[in-house]
Design a binder for this molecule. Sequence first.
Ligand code: ADP
Ligand code: ZN
Length: 724
Amino acid sequence: MQNYEKFREYTEKGYLCTMNCTSDLRREALALLKKFYGYQAFRPGQFEIIEAVAAGNDVVVLMPTGGGKSLCYQLPAMMKEGCAVVVSPLIALMEDQTSALVANGIPAAAIHSNRDEAANREIIEAAYRGRIKLLYVSPERLLADLDTWVSHLPVSLFAIDEAHCISQWGHDFRPVYTQLSVLKQRFPSVPVMALTATADRLTRDDIITQLGMENPLRWVGSFSRPNLSLRVVQGASKKQRVATVAQMIRRYPNDSGIVYALSRKGAEDMHATLCAQGFRSVVYHAGLSADERARAQRSFTNGDVQVVCATIAFGMGIDKSNIRWVVHNNLPGNIESYYQEIGRAGRDGLPAETVLFYSYQDIIMRRHFIEESGRPLVATEKLDLMQKYAESTICRRRILLSYFGETAECDCGNCDVCLDPPSRFDGTVLAQKAGSAIIRTGQEVGIMTLTDILRGSVRAEIRQKGFDRIKTFGAGRDLPAPAWTAYIGQMIQLGLFEIAFDEANHLKVTPYGMRAIRGEIKVELSTFTPYTHTPRKQVPKEPPTPVDPVQQLFEQLKAVRKAVAAKAQVPAYVVFSDASLLDMAQKRPSSMEEFMKVSGVGERKGVRYGKRFISAIRKFEGMSASMPQGTSVKETLILHNAGVGLGEIAEIKGISVETVRSHIAQLIDEDMVTTFGNYISRTEYEDIARALASDPEGKTLREKYSFGMISLAKAIMAYHQRAK
Ligand code: ADP
Ligand code: ZN
């Protein structure tokens, strides 16, 4: 709430949206973007969405994680009268969002059950009085309170985050969301915005119907995230998986990553293994208490741990921009989930790595889950597509983009297929060996047993069933087991065999497969390469070495950020994102004026944190740590515009209030400053003005007023003269 006064002052000066025409709106929106967020330009779609809401329209926003959805409702909320209500499913998410907004000087708050009701009441009161521009609330709470405070609130906009939860077609259906349809009925004239990172066409249409939106703008942003490297590894052993995770942690020792597992046990296992190796890890899954989960999430967002081992329960609403890597220990159930989960890495736009480990066991497990749940058909189709992605031999990003309805013009160059294209060979003989082994067992073996038969393993089960006596037993000894598993997988994809999920996952030879066995068709396979931890052709950079000055400064700035964040008791990314720090390390601002030009430095943050960062940079450059004393009148102007008071300006700049007054006098002369209340009181001004009328030299005044005060009064008099 402390942001309100300054926010109001700013918007009342006439910047508040007049919404006369697009160019006015754009200018005003850009001014807010620069002032409060420190960004120079909108990302694709952001302005179009703002414009639609300004015109009173409903909007559906589909943008990938990290695409910049929050701004789409935050800016209209700032520009419109009243209070925007943001529906958000998680308390942790609400808290993160509001603290980020408050850090930028935007009045925002959240209503939730983790806070006592008196505090909630106070927030609601403030919202009534128009002192809060964004109010975050859970769907349950909003619906429960519809007839009480909500009905009296001057709502400017309803923003529904994670809107895919409304649809049964989506992958994260939450029944309570369906009741949000009441909003359009109760508040027909208030625009509704639905935002999601994951929605196929069916889900998108469903969102619109369920919310009763009227002819909404549908914005489908680009899902391309070129900074995420994509890698899929089939059939890696547990040891290899752990080694990969360990390598990621070592590669980014000061950042963090996520390992996703299919089951709670899988997450616990990985966590235990990593802890045993001395890494700082936490575990997160739905089996923990709400308290334990909140604690795990906190230590992750605060950067206290290097890795979180989690099930899919983790992550929705993780607004941490410097996650550098995501490893999937198992195949996700569908492409939307996968893309959302890897999308949590690299939200700052800097390079981030993703690895997906995949085995046939995963498919079987997933199938099992799906059959147990009630919606087999859609889910099975989605799983099939996920599997196709994992087994693809063409650029993976192309597959992802086409899934979201985009076409990529060329290969991405940042996935394992592009970096290390598979070579092909004639695999007809292999297919014949595998196929005839399946037939000779009476088509009653799964992938594992088939591999064992081909490799000539004398496991008890194989001997019992007499599989060691069939003709193809041991016919594939020359290939290692992972290679056979991979090739059998390819053969399934090619349609030679099928997995009978309803018959203990046994393999069946298709008619097409029969033709291969009879030698009527040729089978082409792509060469299996044994797994190594790093892609062979592009070995990513090892931990930043201190030779690169930008990297070096970047690391130092991170340390400053950590200290600043600890003192302010906010997560580090609330202070500045990595992208901002990197820009800072590149631009190396040594004055306040330059500092304000760094991306992500709005006025509030510039004023609050500038000094700490600038002195670190100046030290790095071998300059004296303090900024040149009062050299720049412009810096005073920046602070003035940010609503900083006289004493605070002097303190931030390390100059006397007298000097600040003389700066302001100079700025008034140049018509740069037109509000003076902070620097001189009305009585003081009138007293000086009266005395100057009879004594233009102001000799008598010197005893009573300082030089700075007198020159300020003179400047104001001249200003009024000009104004006449
Ligand atoms: P989403 O909600 O879509 O996952 P966010 O709204 O959290 O994404 O935005 C991701 C990151 O991009 C944030 O750090 C945000 O500050 C930044 N961002 C958003 N819009 C812009 C912009 N126009 N210019 C620069 N950075 C932006
Ligand atoms: Zn590619």
